[in-house]
Design a binder for this molecule. Structure first.
Ligand code: G16
Ligand code: MG
Length: 220
């Protein structure tokens, strides 16, 4: 039987996915590597350094920088991102999320967070949601980012529940892969084409419904 829900942060709880996009896009332009929103889908849920590598590869510039230079580029993007999230408040929680969290807790399910973002604790604090979650995985303890299942498996372990008794919620293709490879039921928020592997897909957080998710989960 179902025991826990494990949420992604960026793009599910709040729209920081947009800020990651803006910060990467600015760095890309500076490097002469402009990219589209479509390409950005490949960056969602992917760690900071892996995202940088993908952007450099897009511009065939992966061999133009030393590791130290790459770290400086990643830091520059992060400083921009940190400025963009400076004024985040509970008003920035995406529609439908608060109600879903309340319902999940009322039904007695456990609640976890699986974000590979090193800024996750800050963002959760600004949103006023840190205390609502039973566990928040510390991204610094994760060796392999999404699509690897490590982060969702770690969340299940910290919650002390079996992965098969967990539902993961994600907005990124890499995140859905991570959930599925962890052996969990995957709820996707976004477009059908990029989240095809999810067990159930909603076009936006507003459409999320615990009753619906439960129905789909029980059918599996
Ligand atoms: C998030 C974002 C990614 C970002 C990554 C690392 O993952 O989706 O775009 O690159 O975290 O973030 P940071 O640079 O803040 O450490 P998630 O798992 O919350 O979707
Ligand atoms: Mg995300």
């Amino acid at each position: 039987p179902l025991q826990a829900f494990i949420f992604d942060l960026d793009g599910v709880i709040t729209d920081t996915a947009e800020y990651h996009y803006l910060a990467w896009r600015a760095l890309g332009e500076e490097l002469g590597i402009p990219f589209t929103r479509e390409f950005n889908e490949e960056l969602k849920g992917v760690s900071r350094m892996d995202s940088l590598e993908k952007i450099l590869a897009l511009g065939s510039r992966e061999n133009d920088f030393s590791l130290i230079e790459k770290e400086a580029l990643a830091t520059k993007k992060n400083e921009h991102y940190v400025r963009l999230i400076a004024n985040i408040s509970p008003d920035d929680i995406l529609p439908g999320i608060k109600d879903l969290i309340t319902e999940i807790k009322e039904k007695g399910y456990r609640l976890g967070m699986a974000s590979v973002s090193k800024n996750a604790f800050t963002v959760m604090d600004s949103l006023g949601l840190k205390g609502e979650f039973d566990i928040i995985v510390d991204a610094a303890t994760i060796a392999k980012g999404k699509p690897d299942p490590e982060i969702f498996l770690t969340a299940a372990k910290l919650l002390n529940v079996d992965p098969s008794a967990c539902i993961g919620i994600e907005d990124a293709a890499a995140g859905v892969d991570s959930i599925k490879d962890a052996g969990m039921f995957a709820v996707g928020v976004g477009s059908e084409e990029s989240l095809a592997k999810a067990d159930i897909i909603y076009s936006s957080t507003e459409q999320l419904s615990l009753a619906n998710i439960m129905k789909a989960y029980q059918k599996k």
